[in-house]
Design a protein around this ligand. Sequence first.
Ligand SMILES: Nc1ncnc2c1ncn2[C@@H]1O[C@H](COP(=O)(O)OP(=O)(O)OP(=O)(O)O)[C@@H](O)[C@H]1O
Ligand SMILES: [Mg+2]
Length: 708
Amino acid sequence: MGAGDVLQELMTVEVELQEVQDQIKYLLNRQEKLYERQSDLRALLEACEVPIKDDPSTSVEDWSGSFEWDTRADDVKFNIFGISKYRSNQREIINSIMSGRDVLVIMAAGGGKSLCYQLPAVLRNGVALVVSPLLSLIQDQVMGLNALGIPAFTLTSTTHKEDEKFIYRALEKGEGDLKILYVTPEKISKSKRFMSKLEKCHHAGRLSLIAIDEAHCCSQWGHDFRPDYKNLGILKRQFPNIPVVALTATATLKVQLDLMEMLQIPKCVKFVSTVNRPNLFYMVREKSSVARVVVDDIAEFIKVSYPNNESGIVYCFSRKECEQVAKELRERRVSADYYHADMDVHAREKVHTLWSSSKLQVIVGTVAFGMGINKPDVRFVIHHSLSKSMETYYQESGRAGRDGLPSECLLYYRAADAPRQSSMVFYENSGLQNLYDIVRYCQSKRQCRHAAFFKHFAESLQDCNGMCDNCAFPNDVNELDVCEHAKLIVSLLQEVQEKDQRLTMLQLVDKLKIVQKELGSNLKKEELEKLVLNLILDRVLKEEFQHTAYSTNAYVTVGPLAKNVLQGKRTVKLEILNNQNNVSGNKKYAKRSLMTSGLELKLDQLRKELSSTHGGIFPHSVLSTEQISMISAKKPTSLEELELIIGKVKVQRYGSRILEEVEKYASSDPQGNELPNGDQVSGNRAPKRPKTSSATIFIESSSGDDAG
Ligand SMILES: Nc1ncnc2c1ncn2[C@@H]1O[C@H](COP(=O)(O)OP(=O)(O)OP(=O)(O)O)[C@@H](O)[C@H]1O
Ligand SMILES: [Mg+2]
């Protein structure tokens, strides 16, 4: 055997070895996925068996019937909370807590979980304890409750000595008026003094219920694990007869079982609501490679669609990008500021507060701007870059429209953004698979965006009602056969690899732009990027990573299924748009403001004014956007009429000012003609958005059961 033959065989063996290694990697990946699925399925099986083995009654209980507290509950709901109609599951959850049961609530962001424990807290005798993970969330909640006249307090490291004394006296001796007490989990696990007072309160029969908000923080499998949440099981051990209600927006089965065990509520009643957010219009826009053009487009979208200063969030990939985008938005006369983890706490709080009180229109943030967001009337969430998974995108975009009113979620996507994310997530467990799922979502020109979420969360499909770009404006898509392009890409990469070199996606696409001419092809840069990414998603190519002193670089190399392409066993297609749909192609934005009448704008102004004169509470605590629409439609002329819309407490506090405004408006516009500001919503997006005579637009995932 000559040296040449040896070399030849060595090369063949090495190529084959590489293939085997690729296949092993692929199989290991697959094995990991299957293990995960196996564990989910086992959990599912266990969950199915729990009621049969442990408590046959749980599956047949009817929580929607009549209960002795119905009248009182309706009164508190309407006259104190100002809420006219329960949303899906709220009434049932309230009834089960009132019946003294432990309860687990899984309900999408903005579904209305707070009312589920706040209303029973008002109805039951004694003090309700609420555990919540973040100071900012707690402060917002306490401020909102106080604005409704409900005596709520918080006990944290920042509580004034006087308040602390008051709270301890209330717990120990039942003195003073304390209905709801918010604490962070650290208080339970670290303060013996607090626990001893709580025990006294319980002993005297004054502990009414225990609520654990954001309960997914208990589980290591959840996305926001907080070690102190692990110790909350002590509450059920110490106070076994007090109902515990755990609430969260997202929890896989594994997380659900985990937190039932940790909180020691194995026999809880479980309410799982749909992940569907039918009021959110989802769209993906082509992102220009020129940074300035992207910001121009975002600024235009905000200024044209939301000219009345409606609140929004822009998510960016990096801290630097946040600062840059915020600055450029300001230069385009959009009121915007940035928020990220590198800022000191006070600067962050300041920006957050300005935005929460609608004095700043847009926060440009990294993912650090997260769980503490309690603002119900966020009308748009824009992603300047793609998120790292479907799950994070669902959470981040889900911060829009928590008040149930129509809102928009817009993601700017270009294939070249994917390697930036992949070099960040590749070391995470299933990080790349998760990223590729959202890349698939972005690349798709045809699949319903809502359907993608149902699929991801393993829920059965529901109608989108035209609430995404692909359903509202179907694209005219042409499927181009690009098998020859794919072969060319694989051979090109093989050649490069043989020379022990590597290419990033951008370098590969630059080369392709030239060599595609061999095929007589003239695909655009963006189309070539998309093709390369599709081949990565299909494992014909794969990404490899290399660390440098400053960064991690992502390279594109030949993947485990490349052979199939070379041997012509696999067809490769690329979706090319014949004419882009209106959403991504047409630049003409339309006004999306929900407040379309002059009176609505006046009332919006009034709630801002009243919020600052009533101790700096949030404008939405004075009147919700839905209430503004109802007042504007009905134009009440007396306090009695107004009370039928917003309930007693709000009428007592703000009734005369509201009537004054309605009257002033009616006398300036006796025919009921709209002021110049009252342009009608028209345009080319979200055509299914209903316009009703009352101007109140409210989309429910399932109907409420009480006309209140
Ligand atoms: N039945 C209802 N009718 C009208 N508005 C409601 C109703 N229930 C709750 N809301 C309003 O919906 C908004 C969101 O409610 P809430 O803060 O309780 O959501 P959540 O489920 O806790 O969401 P998250 O997971 O984001 O914390 C609030 O402004 C609240 O006042
Ligand atoms: Mg909440």
